[in-house]
Design a protein around this ligand. Sequence first.
Ligand SMILES: [Zn+2]
Length: 148
Amino acid sequence: MIIYDLECEIGHRFEGWFKSADDFQAQNDSHLISCPLCESATIKRVPSAHYVKASNQSGNQSTTAPIPSAESPAEFKHWLNALRHHVKNSEDVGERFSEEARRMHYGEADKRAIKGQATTEQIQSLHEEGVDTLSLPDFLLTDKNKLN
Ligand SMILES: [Zn+2]
């Protein structure tokens, strides 16, 4: 399964799950995908925010943010705030995300935590090269709705 960030013609953002890129294309061509808010079937894909943190030992990037145990709401909030902290302190490389992640992977750039914009194609090709990235929900990129 792949997840695409989608946007309808008036700008509602939502996620769609598809078997493959071809599956998305076929469904979209047939106008089978509609916005959950306004039911518009004019849908386009949008780049989504991604995050990668380098691992120093192996030379491979990996997402080192703590994994949520979700055993209690308190633990989940703790994890979420920790992840938000990681993201806030990472370098924003914007649209150079996939380029920088790749350079770090191959040792051409300093290993560090970065965040930025990438298309699904860019992320897929990074994953094929063994670079792990984490797709970020928008709320992690701001302090606005920090959980207390
Ligand atoms: Zn809509």
